[in-house]
Write a protein that binds this ligand. Structure first.
Ligand code: AMP
Length: 498
């Protein structure tokens, strides 16, 4: 059956499915039992199929188990635990979630944002892997959930858009299962594979690539609470990881910690390493390959595509550094503005088509009209195809990609503009050696303020990763001949200045 509960049947009952380093291990039987228990508890709390269950959980087993449990009865809406109270309020309201799962301690901002607008459920793991959900609301044990169907929405995520308002992306069980099959096929994953999940589980990269695709092949997922470069290789070695997926920033961090000519212990078990979510510099790829002695495969993913769209293939097929490889069960084309598909080697917008692609943004006809052309989804990325290998050349959409975290510059502009001393604000991505890009802004003042003050102002309102690391106080914002502000011109004018 093409549902997320269905894929758990792919694992042999006694094989490990989920492992927490220095913590419990769940076999497929135990995993299914806990997921069913979570689903029943949520149903007992009155959660129904069309409801949204917000998940504000740190990385780890709870986040994975609760995601599967929530997706089995309703729609799971994982949120970044780093959001501020205002951001949580926005996301809870926007998704319409009335039930929120949090860890037994912490998540204060999320709790404050929920207030008495919904049911708070605390999650903890007790003993050797029993997931306990506690809530002040009564659980009616007679209420049971109905099984999800492939067309039910399993997951709802937000993507930063060209407006400051993020767009809601619904992904059905069928969308996700197709993506999981594509990923299994791309990397020839089997029940023998062990994946180390170091990517956030509120994003498709961690959830779909590192975790669910491994369940889909009956393998095991190792889920530490966070990415810790100091503990990385010991965990790889101890649990016999056969692959991991990460953003280029993490690969660079790992690389920078390796001693000259050192092959880290544990690397001998790896079959390959995957990189996705922002551009992997070819020299980083080649150095990693040399050090680890395994192929490093760059892939291209996107929330709207249930993550993976293309990837460099495993040997003996050729991998081409600087490209994101070939479509993986997804049709990839290049289109001009008028909607005509272009010939190989011509540059245009990357478009995709496949069963993994969302049916459309929720309640957003305008975004849907501009994002779908003749059945193709417009990614907003600019690229070129050579012999089926895709090169990403730039972005048509307004987004800052900070080490894989996507930030809408409009949201930062609006936050800065809400400060009484700010007359104009334009934020942009500024090159950064580790993150690829970081957030910077140019501001024209109408009153008294320093850039440090404005940074503090942002910190109170925005999650840390979105806060500008540089704010340039300027006399005026450069404009085009027709009076328009173009972020790339502003970035060119101020981006490199300290
Ligand atoms: P997200 O929805 O957060 O996964 O972000 C999707 C966007 O990340 C894509 O539209 C690209 O702009 C960017 N992206 C993903 N993978 C790559 C890659 N390998 N190289 C360059 N950009 C990438």
């Amino acid at each position: 059956m093409n549902t997320l509960t269905g894929i758990l049947e792919h694992g042999a009952p006694d094989r490990p499915a989920l492992i927490v380093p220095d913590g419990p291990t769940w076999t497929y039987t135990a995993l299914k039992r806990e997921v069913a228990r979570i689903a029943d508890t949520l149903a007992g709390l009155g959660v129904e199929r069309k409801d949204r269950v917000a998940l504000v959980l740190p990385n780890g087993a709870e986040a994975i188990l609760c995601f599967l449990g929530a997706a089995a009865v309703a729609t799971a809406a994982p949120l970044n635990p780093a959001y501020t109270e205002d951001e949580f309020r926005f996301y809870l309201e926007d998704t319409g979630a009335h039930v929120m799962l949090v860890p037994a301690g912490g998540a204060e901002a999320a709790r404050a944002a929920l207030g008495d607008r919904g049911v708070l459920v605390e999650v903890s793991v007790v003993g050797d892997g029993e997931v306990r959900l506690t809530s002040t609301s009564m659980v009616d044990p007679k209420r049971r959930s109905s099984a999800a169907t492939p067309e039910d929405v399993a997951l709802i995520l937000h993507t930063s858009g060209t407006t400051s308002r993020p767009k809601r992306v619904p992904l059905t069980h069928a969308n996700l299962c197709r993506s999981l099959d594509n990923i299994v096929e791309t990397y020839a994953l089997t029940a023998e594979d062990v994946s180390l999940c170091v990517m956030p589980l509120f994003h498709v990269h961690g959830l779909v690539a590192s975790t669910l695709s491994t369940f889909n092949s009956g393998g095991a997922v190792v889920a530490p609470p966070r990415f810790n470069p100091l503990r990385f290789w010991p965990v790889v070695e101890r649990y016999g990881a056969t692959w991991y997926s990460a953003v280029p920033t993490m690969h660079q961090l790992l690389l920078s910690r390796l001693r000259e000519d050192e092959r880290p212990a544990g690397a001998e078990n790896l079959r390959f390493v995957r990189s996705c979510s922002s551009a992997l510099p070819p020299e980083v790829m080649l150095q990693l390959e040399q050090r680890l002695g395994v192929p490093v495969l760059e892939a291209y993913g996107m929330t709207e595509a249930s993550h993976q769209m293309s990837s460099n293939p495993l040997p003996p097929s050729e991998r081409r550094p600087g490209t994101v490889g070939c479509g993986t069960g997804v049709e990839v084309g290049i289109m001009d503005e008028a909607g005509t598909l272009l010939a190989p080697r011509e540059v245009g917008e990357v478009v995709i088509r496949g069963e993994n692609v969302t049916h459309g943004y929720e309640n957003n006809p305008e975004a849907n009209a501009s994002s779908f052309t003749h059945g193709w989804f417009r990614t907003g990325d600019q690229g070129r195809l050579d012999d089926g290998y895709l090169t990403i050349l730039g972005r048509l959409k307004e987004l800052i990609n900070r080490g894989g975290e996507k930030i809408s510059p409009r949201e930062i502009d609006e936050t800065l503009l809400s400060h009484p001393a700010v007359a104009e604000a334009v934020s942009f991505g500024s090159p950064h050696p580790m993150w690829g890009e970081e957030v910077a802004a140019a501001v024209v003042l109408a009153g008294e303020a320093t850039s440090a003050e404005l940074q503090r102002f942002c910190k109170e309102r925005l999650a840390d990763f979105k806060c500008p690391s540089k704010i340039h106080i300027v006399e005026s914002i450069p404009r085009t001949a027709t009076g328009k502000v173009q972020r790339r011109h502003v970035a060119a004018a101020f981006g490199e200045r300290r």
